[in-house]
Design a protein around this ligand. Structure first.
Ligand code: SAH
Length: 460
């Protein structure tokens, strides 16, 4: 992040605009909206700009820019002339004096830059690309415009009018936040957004008087998918934004963690293979205790919580203690990796069923009825199968599966670092041994793997 985003309070603060043309006027209009007292310096000044300046109580200096002007203690200087030399001079002087300076359309000369804005005052959304891709920033702004109905401004104003009273009613910060969340997600918001402001206000008044806020804790067991944040469900995202505490592990990627509410407490409970950071029992108890404290707890898990995720164990204890919980399915590694690798898990000609198998090696051995896996018309997917790979291939061959059966190891599926290693039961071990492979990896075996070379689409 090259620029630190801030909102600048300019009410009654002196700001200098250098330049008197159309662009200067446009800038001055925005500054006036924020209540700044604007001075303008330029040999010629547009009529609208003159009016703006006097309405705000500022002065117009009808001459070229002179350095002594900046000594008047402006909190911000905006240079909007078409003369590069003047712009340069203003920029250098201000930066020397540490006065924030913005030169229109010249990011290199700026110490502060202005974002594209969506104004639903008091709610304001600012979007910036740090001057690198202004057209993209404006596109994002337009997208947000369509997402935020104009009534959001009215809703924000309503919230603002009640702010002090709510603060007085709920001195506990957490309670206050819950009150606002319930209000702004519920009926009050619906009424306000539908334009029924009087009804909304009335209802808010009633809710404030009654003052009951739901303080019970709950747990959301949420599948985060295999790594690409675009594969999250809407429900996952909503609960990720709602929870106050999040317990996550190694499989949850950073881009996904970035979508968790910023002020949520984060607890890493990850497990490395053979190195259990936090024992399962402790995780189960932590979930219970946090919920009993009234917290909304997010248990975020890679893939789907009910597929090799020990999700059931985590909620069993909650169920015993009557703690409310929700389970949100996620895209499991088999689905995600297969799609992104171009391997259909089933296919009319090659595979009529698919098995999800844990390849987790316990005490050095994999204990299966291997004979069940030999049938050709099926796809086998081994989770946690990297260590066991040589054993899996050898056992399948030993039990009669053809050594030529296509097999693939998908590394960090759906993520920018995804790699797909393909071979056969006979060759995959050697192919993989030549690479330095980073977990997580998924092993897919069956005729469908042969389609990969034709159906692959995900470019990393
Ligand atoms: N609940 C998870 C699985 C947890 S077991 C799910 O539904 O996907 C952990 C195993 O999942 C890893 O050892 C690996 O085999 C597989 N896995 C998870 N994410 C993966 C990814 N992005 N790429 C490849 N394999 C993955």
């Amino acid at each position: 992040m090259e620029y630190f985003p801030l909102f600048f309070k300019l009410t009654d603060q002196p700001v200098l605009v250098v330049g008197g043309g159309e662009i200067a006027t446009r800038k001055a209009r925005l500054l006036a909206r924020a209540g700044a007292v604007i001075d303008v310096v330029a040999p010629q000044v547009d009529a609208e700009l003159q009016t703006l300046v006097s309405a705000q109580g500022g002065q117009v200096f009808l001459h070229e820019f002179v350095e002594t002007l900046v000594e008047r203690r402006y909190v911000l200087v905006v240079s909007a002339t078409d003369d590069t030399e003047t712009n340069q001079q203003v920029s250098e002087l201000c930066q020397r004096l540490r006065v924030p300076v913005n030169v229109v359309d010249s990011p290199d000369l700026c110490s502060v830059i202005t974002p594209a804005i969506v104004d639903r005052s008091p709610l304001v959304v600012a979007v910036s690309s740090g001057g690198e891709a202004p057209v993209l920033a404006r596109r994002v702004k337009t997208l947000i415009e369509t997402l935020l109905p104009s009534a959001y401004g009215q809703l924000a104003q309503l919230a603002s009018r009640f702010r002090d009273r709510v603060k007085a009613r709920f001195t506990d910060m957490e309670l206050r936040r819950r009150f606002w969340e319930a209000t702004l997600n519920g009926e009050v918001a619906e009424k306000a957004l539908a334009g029924n402001l009087d009804d909304a206000e009335h209802l808010l008044e009633t809710k404030l008087r009654e003052g009951d806020v739901d303080t019970s804790g709950e747990v959301y067991l949420v599948g985060a998918g295999p790594g690409d944040p675009d594969l999250l469900t809407f429900k996952a995202l909503r609960l990720m934004q709602k929870a106050e505490v999040v317990l996550y592990d190694r499989l949850v990627t950073e881009p996904i963690m970035d979508l968790v509410r910023k002020d949520a407490e984060r607890i890493y409970v990850g497990k490395q293979r053979a190195d259990h950071a936090v024992p399962q029992q402790t995780i189960n108890t932590m979930l219970l205790e946090l919920a009993q404290q009234g917290k909304r707890v997010l248990r975020l898990k890679g893939g789907d919580p009910f597929i090799f995720g020990r999700g059931a164990e985590e909620i069993e204890l909650l169920a015993e203690h009557g703690i409310p919980f929700q389970v949100v399915p996620g895209i499991t590694a088999a689905s995600g990796c297969a799609s992104y690798a171009g391997i259909p898990l089933t296919h009319r000609d090659h595979s009529q069923s698919v098995r999800f198998i844990t390849g987790h090696v316990k005490d050095g051995v994999l204990d299966f009825r291997w004979g069940e896996f030999v049938e050709d018309s099926q796809t086998l997917v081994f989770y946690m199968g990297l260590t066991g790979l040589p054993q899996i291939c050898a056992q399948l061959i030993a039990h009669g599966k053809s050594p030529d059966t296509p097999a693939a190891l998908i590394e960090r599926g759906t993520q920018p670092q995804q790699r797909v290693h393909t071979g056969t039961l006979a060759t995959l071990e050697t192919i993989v041994a030549q690479e330095s492979v980073t977990p997580p990896t998924l092993l897919v075996i069956g005729g469908v793997v042969a389609l990969q070379s034709r159906l692959s689409w995900f470019k990393t």
